[in-house]
Design a protein around this ligand. Structure first.
Ligand code: NDP
Ligand code: 8X3
Length: 249
């Protein structure tokens, strides 16, 4: 059986991607900090093998340990890595921002992706046409008001997707970058530090993307023939024109 490793699988895009990839027949390795959420998902997705592990992608040693302790069957048959774990913390001008928020975003969105990629690429190299997928953002394509450090972190993801495509070319590993616009997940609740009203207001007046939309995009990308690599997908709600412009009722 082929396996897919998904970071940030405890909610939002990651959990939805897990379901879609299972439907395509993949065994799953689901990683996140909230192990209780992963246990629930493991129970729901019992049709194929689901391996779960608690992981903070910011902790390089944890990343190394989790990946090096994968059961041999999984380590030998790892075909997909989805670098999805990520977050925004705060939104506003840089001069009123908090360095602890910047560090969380850069550590998770950039360094976490580096640690994961470094640990998993040796497994992907065992299989030509295996696949590394980075979840970037519209914030990785353009900068919007108050998005400074989050946008910088996602621009870094965009750049790393391009760089990895070069690095992994000799190994025929596909690298895909997905750049979603506004999607209704726990993202805004995290960004606004548990302020549910402000978080919900982000999606007022228009039909936001849902996690399933991104999961179906991943499913499409990984089911192309061997000679086809989808390099980059920007996917937004119909009511969104760019990083800042929305058509709200
Ligand atoms: P959610 O908040 O619903 O999910 C984020 C996931 O990331 C959770 O499973 C969380 O798990 C995990 N995560 C966060 N920090 C860490 C960490 N240090 N170590 C391991 N896992 C971590 O948001 P989304 O599903 O929307 O976000 C998924 C990705 O999509 C992120 O990279 C986000 O930046 C990106 N994105 C989101 C958009 C949106 O509008 N929603 C649009 C564009 C991109 P846990 O807390 O259990 O560790
Ligand atoms: C999350 C979407 O528009 O808040 O990446 O950056 S946005």
């Amino acid at each position: 059986m082929k396996y897919a490793i998904i970071t940030g699988a405890s909610s939002g895009f990651g959990a939805a991607i897990a379901k879609e990839l299972q439907e395509l027949g993949y065994g799953l390795v689901l990683l996140a900090r909230r192990i209780d959420r992963l246990e629930e998902l493991q129970k729901k997705l019992s049709q194929t093998p689901v391996y779960i592990a608690q992981l903070d992608v910011c902790q390089e040693e944890q990343v190394k340990n989790v990946i090096s302790n994968l059961p041999r069957e999984i380590a030998e048959n790892c075909f997909i890595l989805v670098n999805n774990a990520g977050l925004a913390v705060g939104r506003g001008p840089l001069d009123t921002g908090l360095s602890e928020d910047w560090n969380r975003m850069l550590d998770t969105n950039v360094k976490g992706l580096l640690y994961m990629s470094h640990a998993v690429i040796p497994l992907l190299k065992k299989h030509p046409y295996s696949h590394l997928i980075n979840i970037s953002s519209i914030a990785g394509k353009e900068v919007y008001a108050g998005g400074n450090v989050y946008c910088a972190s996602k621009h870094a993801v965009d750049a790393l997707s391009k760089a990895l495509r070069i690095d992994l070319l000799p190994h025929q590993i596909k690298v895909s970058n997905i750049a979603p616009g506004a999607a209704e997940t726990e993202f805004s609740l995290v960004r606004f530090k548990g302020d549910a009203q402000t978080a919900a207001s982000v999606y007022d007046g228009f039909a936001a993307l849902q996690a399933i939309d991104i999961a179906q995009t991943v499913a499409f990308i990984v089911s192309r023939p061997a000679h086809v690599s989808i390099a980059d997908v920007t996917i937004m709600p119909t009511a969104q024109a760019n990083g800042s412009l929305f058509h709200k009722k």
